[in-house]
Design a protein around this ligand. Structure first.
Ligand code: AMP
Ligand code: MG
Length: 304
């Protein structure tokens, strides 16, 4: 897998002075890999992830919440598909958060995400998350106006308050045994354009094309400012942001896989130890199973 130094380059634990400009979307840390080489390396990471997930599931104490945020076409869906490909689907849930509906708007902004948090032993992936509440909602004031909040609660402090609420929420998750791992897939405006055009040019990708996404490009600078401010306020030691260069998909996926492996290895979940009594019961049951063969009458060979 990728060396830990590479993972650390993109991990933001203290947001205060963070600048988006410090991380280049096209960065690959000097690595230049053939497609097959990157694939093999990713496969190694995916396999390690699968083993770690099995132990996480068997131990049944900790949960892992992976938060993915990005501009459109930055590669969130592909990263989920390729990085999580080897994971047992029984231990993993992916939730994609879209524009909130009327029921969701009748609740506080965390409500719908709380319902989707991973159970102990499981990995939950949020494809977009409560962070949209300080991103798209911040970039488009009309969305905030449509959230049915009491008007006196909408003040200039609202973003600062939301950051505080999110930090407190993530602290609560940590104290309950949920590891929060956050990724911002940092794509450049040029690369996004290239990928949108690719979607428009390839009939098999037409379904992914959205004219609305193209309109959102018009707010690029506002989004970048919102992302930067979000990371400054919500990157913490226990729930850091990973700002992953996203102009090269192979690199993005390797960084995500390596980050997850590194974090889960630090957690080091263990298969539960079976006690003396259970071991004795298991031995007895095993002997019983074997005695079935001895006791069973031999079947006559079927005639040909
Ligand atoms: P996509 O993930 O591209 O399918 O699109 C989902 C859309 O839902 C994106 O445009 C998001 O910005 C939007 N969305 C997700 N969460 C929220 C939210 N809390 N408020 C408003 N829009 C949201
Ligand atoms: Mg979209």
């Amino acid at each position: 897998m990728l060396p830990d130094e590479i993972i650390k380059t993109f991990r933001i634990k203290k947001g205060k002075k963070f600048q988006l400009a410090d991380i280049e979307p096209g960065d690959t840390c000097g690595l230049d890999m053939e497609k097959d080489e990157a694939k093999d390396l990713l496969a190694t990471g995916v396999k390690r992830l699968r083993d770690l997930q099995e132990r996480l599931y068997a131990e049944g104490r900790w949960s892992v919440l992976i938060v993915l945020q990005a501009m459109d076409a930055a590669g969130k869906d592909g990263a989920i598909e390729h990085v999580m490909s080897g994971i047992n689907p029984q231990g993993c849930d992916v939730t994609s958060f879209k524009v909130p509906g009327p029921v969701e708007l009748r609740h506080d902004f965390l409500w719908r995400t709380v319902a989707k948090l991973p159970e102990r032993g499981r990995i939950g992936i949020f494809n977009r998350s409560y962070y949209e509440e300080v991103l798209v909602v911040r970039v488009h004031p009309d969305i905030l106006a449509g959230q049915n909040l009491p008007p006196e609660l909408i003040t200039d402090d609202i973003w600062k308050e939301r950051f505080e609420d999110i930090n407190t929420f993530e602290k609560h998750l940590e104290r309950s045994g949920t590891i929060v791992i956050k990724f911002f897939l940092h794509v450049s405006k040029d690369e996004q354009k290239r990928r949108f055009l690719e979607r428009a040019d390839d009939p098999e990708k037409h379904w992914k094309f959205s004219a609305k996404d193209v309109d959102e490009r018009g707010y690029w600078d506002d989004y970048m400012a919102a992302y930067e401010d979000m990371i400054r306020h919500t990157a913490t030691k226990s729930a850091p942001w990973h700002v992953v260069p996203a102009d090269n998909k192979w690199f993005t996926r390797l960084v995500i896989a390596a980050t997850l492996v590194e974090r889960l290895e630090r957690l080091d979940p263990q298969f539960p130890k079976v006690g003396e009594e259970d071991l004795r019961d298991m031995e007895a049951a095993r002997a019983k199973l074997l005695s079935e063969d001895a006791a069973a009458p031999k079947k006559a060979k079927p005639a040909r």
